[in-house]
Design a protein around this ligand. Structure first.
Ligand code: C2E
Ligand code: MG
Ligand code: MG
Length: 599
């Protein structure tokens, strides 16, 4: 403890004297100062140190900084300016002088000092202790707290895996850029790895993480020092490109894409591609927010992905309009399912070569109050995207099984086929939904066919196979739809317990100049179906010639405009009744023969 002779200090140290508290005697004030855990000094109004406490003395020794002196008599203001530099030193001195002059009740400020041993952060707290303007100044070392705060602030703004800025930091940085009145063009590149989930699924999540780290490093290597690379989520990386218009950004995107020319080492060598979307805000446009810009780049990236792998696409407003339209349709569709605006049309399926009617495929339509009858191509994909496919499928299953049960009750024993898409399989409720529909309608399971598109099958083959197996065990028939239009592997096909293979219209129709190839393709698919114990169904038969071909090549079933277009249930009954008189297939047939059901 260094202290000036307190007798010389005039007036005597008088704690909280401003408020009329009693005077402290020197030995007691020494004890009071020493009891304070933070380094503390007692100052004269001119900044002369009158007394220091034990914690101050220890701190001076610990920081070992020539600019900080220990004892009493030292000029604290000069020391503050020496250690704090022009700005901070001036601020401390001015605040303390003002406090001494009775301007304000206390001073409280935070600052950092670069000591030889490293940076320390302090909280300075000063109070006037008597009318003469003497001050007690404490300096609490808050370095630990600041470091902890900085770490958590860093963590809040960075991605733990790649250490790149995260979404929160990215949006903040973009907004800061866009809010500058005179900002140049600002561009966002949105990069997403094609088939990243395949890496995770086939090689495991550790490999997925390793890929993301390698990718982050490569991207960082390509990023200009003026730009910011961030990881938004999963395999989505975003680059904030400052001072760059869409044209420059396309060239930059091509540079980023080229980092995929080299394969990745994930224990094994993996070749990948990425899709990149670009969105740009013009100079000085302050109306756009970061979320809009990133969203536009995301839309462009998805549009790029839809056209293939490794593509680059610049945002255009029609992409946003399309999304707004989809959101609108989804909202209306939800209501349409609930209020009974959906209807089913039925397209007959006939046995070959007998020509007997085997059943009908139920095809959904939307009877829109303003827009009329909307085909499934305009809303099934929206239903899939907006979690409406499960309620839609349930509605179709209920309506179709009730219709088939009604036909059966009228002596028309037809099978009914219902289409089911990928998302319904992913929800895992298909088997229960089918059972419920059958129980509700009273239709026997052997009169129901569930059709799954070939691409549906490819998405999660094991899960699909388990659900089909359960359906078939319950007596329901399973058909693979649109075979030949997608990418199913033959291995998957063999593992799927289906009884009917529907040959896609594209193969059946063929091009006029490629009839022999078309015939060869159908022959191959029929042979494949037979080898797997399935019946082949020719879809989209549009001409007598195609029907003849399908029959000759061994298809067991057929459907298509040549036989009949999809029609409402009531029309189907008329069609069935009148068919023998009109049908090109069996012009002299007997109605009962044509309605004899599955063979
Ligand atoms: P899909 O299951 O392959 O159904 C056959 C589609 O081809 C139907 O179109 C049908 O009208 C059409 N078509 C039938 N014969 C011919 C022909 O000879 N020529 C031509 N050009 N087309 C023919 P639609 O009704 O527009 O249905 C399109 C697709 O929408 C269906 O293809 C199916 O994938 C989907 N879809 C229909 N209803 C449902 C449903 O209830 N649920 C689900 N998830 N998808 C459905
Ligand atoms: Mg179908
Ligand atoms: Mg089909």
């Amino acid at each position: 403890m260094h202290s000036k002779d307190l007798a010389a200090v005039s007036p005597p140290l008088d704690v909280a004297c401003d408020h009329g508290a009693r005077a402290l005697h020197a030995p007691l004030s020494v004890a009071v100062l020493n009891a304070l855990p933070s380094p503390t000094v007692l100052l004269d109004p001119d900044g002369t140190v009158l007394m220091t406490n034990a914690a101050w003395d220890v701190a001076v020794e610990t920081v070992d900084d020539d600019r900080i002196a220990g004892g009493s008599g030292v000029d604290y203001f000069a020391m503050a300016q020496r250690a704090g530099g022009k700005v901070l030193g001036r601020r401390i001195v001015d605040s303390l002088r003002a406090l001494s002059r009775r301007e304000g009740a206390s001073v409280s400020l935070d600052y950092s000092l670069q000591h030889p041993a490293g940076t320390h952060w302090y909280h300075l707290q000063a109070s006037r202790v008597n009318p003469a303007g003497q001050l007690v100044v404490t300096h609490t070392d808050v370095t630990e707290r600041v470091r902890a705060e900085r770490t958590s602030a860093w963590q809040a703004r960075h991605d733990a895996l790649t250490e790149l800025p995260n979404a929160a930091a990215l949006y903040e940085l973009i907004d800061a850029e866009l809010q500058r009145r005179d900002h140049p063009a600002v561009t966002v590149l949105f990069l997403d790895v094609d088939g990243f989930n395949d890496v995770n699924d086939s090689l495991g999540h550790d490999a997925g993480d390793a890929l993301l780290c390698q990718l982050a490093a490569r991207l960082a290597g390509r990023t200009r020092s003026t730009d910011t690379l961030a990881r938004l989520a999963g395999d989505e990386f975003v680059v904030l490109v400052r001072d760059c218009d869409a044209v420059g950004a396309e060239a930059l995107a091509a540079r980023y894409r080229s980092i995929f020319d080299e394969s990745f080492d994930l224990g094994c060598t993996v070749r990948l591609t990425a899709s990149i979307g670009i969105a740009t805000v013009g100079e000085a446009d302050t109306s756009v927010r970061s979320t809009d810009l990133v969203c536009d780049a995301d839309l462009a990236m998805h549009a790029a992905k839809r056209t293939g792998r490794g593509r680059i696409r610049v945002f255009s407003p029609d992409l946003r309009n399309a999304v707004q339209q989809k959101v609108l349709v989804a909202g209306e569709l939800r209501n349409a399912i609930e209020t009974g605006q959906l209807v089913l049309h039925y397209q007959p399926i006939v046995n070959l070569p007998s020509g007997r009617v085997y059943g009908a495929e139920a095809l959904v339509r939307w009877q829109h109050p303003q827009r009329g009858l909307i085909p499934p191509s305009d809303f099934v994909a929206v239903a899939e995207e907006y979690q409406l496919i499960a309620p839609l499928t349930r509605w179709v299953l209920d309506a179709a099984t009730r219709q088939a049960a009604e036909w059966a009750a009228r002596g028309l024993p037809l099978c009914v086929a219902v289409n089911v898409s990928a998302n319904t399989l992913a929800e895992g409720t298909l088997v229960d939904d089918v059972a419920e529909a059958l129980a509700g309608s009273g239709l026997t399971p052997d009169r129901l066919i569930v059709e799954l598109t070939e691409t549906t099958v490819a998405e999660d083959p094991e899960r699909a196979a388990a659900q089909f197996a359960a359906l078939r065990t319950s007596g329901v028939e399973v058909a693979i739809d649109d075979f030949g239009s997608g990418y199913s592997s033959l291995g998957q096909l063999i593992n799927i317990p289906a009884g009917v293979l529907k040959i896609d219209r594209s193969l059946v129709t063929g091009a006029a100049d490629r009839r022999s190839q078309s015939a060869a393709a159908i022959t191959a698919v029929v042979a494949l179906a037979q080898a797997c114990g399935m019946r082949a169904l020719a879809e989209g038969v549009e001409t007598a010639e195609q029907l003849e071909l399908a029959t000759t090549l061994g298809c067991a079933l057929a459907q298509g405009y040549h036989i009949a277009r999809p029609m409402p249930a009531a029309e189907l009954q008329t069609w069935l009744r009148e068919r023998p008189a009109r049908a090109k297939l069996h012009p002299t047939g007997d109605p009962a023969r044509h309605l004899s059901g599955a063979s």
